[in-house]
Each structure stands twice: as C-alpha cells, then as structure tokens.
Design a protein around this ligand. Structure first.
Ligand SMILES: [Zn+2]
Length: 149
C-alpha cells in the first residue's frame, strides 16, 4: 500500500446549487485538446492518462469526431474502477462532495463535439486524478486562500 501523492493547487469556492455548501475546486486546462478525461459516477475522481493522450495522437491530425468517439468508448471499456468509488463515464460530471448533487455538464446539453474537445477539467478538493501508474496518480488539494480568480 503506497501513500498517494497530494498536489495543492490554487482554486476557488462555488456554492452548491442544491445545498449551498461551498465546493472547493480548481481547473486543469488541456491546451492541446482533445484529451481524454472522465469523471467517476459516484465520486469526483478523474481518469487522465498520458497513454490515452498518446492514443489520440495515433489518430493523426484533425481526426474525425466518430473516430474520437470510438476511442473514448474504447478507453472507458477498459478503464479501472475509480479509487474513491464508481466507474468513469463520458457524461458524468463533478458532484457536490457534501450532498452529491451533480452539476450539469454544458448546462445539461449533451454535445459530443463539445465534450470531446472540452479543454477544462474541474478538479474538486479531495478527488483522485488517476494516471497510468501510481506515480502519476495524485490527490487534489485546493487552496482557496488566494481570493477570487
Ligand atoms: Zn451540495
């Protein structure tokens, strides 16, 4: 049993629309989207593996959406179970750690192109970011003392 690495990032607090508790979060930006990443269904863990990113590169430049969708499906079909619980999915989104309310992705509109090219990964305090190996897996700690962005 290894102790997971913790990384502290500057972040912000959002009031949960359901229970009004503060949700501490930070954002990771994929400047080279599309990058495959998935939230777990019953926790805020995120699957973000460099091997999956390399698989996108193997599709060549400007891959078709259908090819990306196929790859995203393939990745999910062989994805591990989330360390904090649940399975990774394409349409699952971040949840309030206090009441479990799931914040609707893209205002609740399922747009595949938008989702696959999503550059921003929302990391909620306490979530585990799952990489290919233990060394690339880390726990998110959000530092909200810096004030507003
Ligand atoms: Zn809540």
């Amino acid at each position: 049993m290894t102790t997971r690495r913790t990384e502290t990032r500057k972040g912000w607090v959002l009031a949960c629309p359901a229970c009004e508790s503060g949700i501490a979060y930070t954002i990771l930006t994929n400047w080279d989207a599309p990058v495959p990443f998935f939230y777990a269904d019953v926790s805020n863990d995120v699957l973000l593996r460099s091997s999956d990113r390399q698989r996108v590169e193997s599709l060549g430049e400007n891959p078709h959406l259908a090819d990306l969708e196929h790859l995203w499906d393939e990745i999910l079909s062989s994805a591990p179970v989330a360390p904090s619980g649940g399975e990774f999915g394409l349409w699952t989104n971040v949840k309030c750690p206090h009441c479990g309310y799931e914040i609707p992705y893209n205002g609740g509109v399922r747009n595949l192109a938008v989702r696959i090219h999503e550059p921003k990964i929302v990391l909620v305090d306490g979530a585990v970011v799952v990489g290919d190996v233990d060394e690339e897996t880390w726990v998110v700690r959000v530092d909200v003392t810096g004030g507003q962005p």
